[in-house]
Design a binder for this molecule. Structure first.
Ligand SMILES: [Zn+2]
Length: 234
């Protein structure tokens, strides 16, 4: 039968987005004075800008035109190469006819949010319908912002600037949970195919995509990263 589409809700209009951004700026500036969230490294310095840069405003405006729900966050600098500049908190994304929930997501840069928005709708939800016969309901993540280095190196991970997110699993509307850890190698042929289609689609929208094929450190998640780097799809 016909699925019932919820009343479409759009992300905040650009003007509203900026207003909300200014509203949270004060709160976050205060919280920066009394300490950062536990997952941040000890901050050496933290400041909040008054307004996003022109390119940041343009990204927020574009995100506001898409049908996702988000809150712009103030810029914060934590020192030692760690910062959250032009980031948003995503509440939910949209498929063609429903909300897509997100689990365990922290701040993401606006450009990462934009890539996620398109990938979830066109690269994951539609793949789930085609290969597994059910729409996507939720994406489970292992988080986004994290002030840390690339494992085994002395340089900062894209997670340290909120330009990367780790994807753990996809929960379908029929209740099935397709995880990278459990289904990449041991799933049914359809589940394995779904995860590889989703990976291929991610490579069209993110600069760096790392999966269990890359190394053991990624046996249980997809690392999705935006930025100017030479593309890597593995
Ligand atoms: Zn990662």
């Amino acid at each position: 039968m016909v699925s019932i589409a919820p009343t479409p809700r759009r992300g905040p209009a650009p003007r509203l987005a900026i207003r909300r951004w200014l509203a949270v700026s004060g709160v976050m500036a205060l919280s920066a004075c009394v300490g950062s969230p536990a997952h941040h490294a000890t901050p050496q310095r933290s400041t909040a800008q008054i307004a996003p840069s022109p390119s940041g405003r343009q990204c927020l405006s574009s995100l506001g035109q898409s049908q996702v729900n988000f809150t712009p966050l103030p810029d914060q600098y934590f020192g030692a190469g760690c910062s959250t500049i032009n980031t948003v908190r995503l509440s939910w994304l949209r498929s063609d006819d429903a909300h897509l929930q997100l689990a365990n997501m922290g701040p993401v840069t606006c450009s990462l949010a934009s890539a996620l928005e398109g990938w979830a709708r066109f690269g994951v939800d539609r793949a789930a319908r085609l290969t597994l016969g059910s729409p996507l309901a939720r994406i489970d993540t292992f988080g986004s912002y994290n002030c840390r280095n690339v494992a085994g190196t002395d340089h900062r991970s894209a997670h340290a600037t909120a330009n990367a997110v780790d994807i753990a699993a996809f929960v379908l509307a029929d209740g099935r949970r397709i995880s990278v850890k459990g289904n990449w190698s041991d799933g049914t042929p359809a589940e394995r195919n779904f995860l590889r289609v989703v990976r291929t689609n991610a490579c069209k929208r993110f600069a760096i995509v790392l999966t269990p094929d890359y190394n053991i450190a990624h046996h249980d998640h997809f690392h999705l990263e935006v930025g100017p780097q030479r593309p890597i799809c593995h």
